[in-house]
Design a protein around this ligand. Structure first.
Ligand code: ZN
Length: 144
């Protein structure tokens, strides 16, 4: 049995193999030596999103948002708090659908905010609309 657990570096995109048992030890990237987890959501463009979905062994919790969306602004601090609680078991990612229209179109994001969970390269579930912190944590842990 291999203990393969791939973690994509937020800084340089390198793929690191971090055993599950070491995830909580503040692992750093073998290539750029930056921390692999910051306890904060990562803002990704389409290429970054594709890489994380394809290469991460952690479930990804994604917030699709836009700068002009009021409920998204209310969601942002909740999502940031969730990152502090859910990393490193999860990776929390934000996609600005205003900047990444191609990606949002391909994924058929029809309303924002939309929250979605990706695991093993696949979308597991998505939920339109903002959530409070405890609902978001419960939802993520149920599907992640
Ligand atoms: Zn790195």
């Amino acid at each position: 049995m291999s203990e393969k657990n791939y973690v994509v570096c937020a800084h340089c995109g390198a793929i690191n193999n971090v055993p599950m048992s070491r995830l909580g030890d503040n692992p750093v990237c073998g290539k750029c030596k930056q921390p692999l987890f910051s306890g904060q959501p990562l803002e990704l463009n389409e290429a970054g999103f594709n890489r994380f979905v394809a290469k991460s062994d952690q479930p990804l919790l994604v917030d699709f948002w836009a700068p002009w969306c009021g409920p998204c602004k209310m969601m942002a601090p909740v999502f940031a708090q969730a990152a502090a609680q859910l990393e490193p078991q999860f990776r929390l990612i934000k996609v600005n659908t205003e900047q990444e229209q191609n990606l949002a179109g391909r994924l058929r994001i029809q309303s924002i905010p939309t929250l979605a969970i990706y695991k093993n390269g696949q979308e597991v579930i998505r939920q339109p609309g903002a959530m409070g912190l405890s609902d978001l944590l419960n939802w993520a842990r149920q599907y992640g």
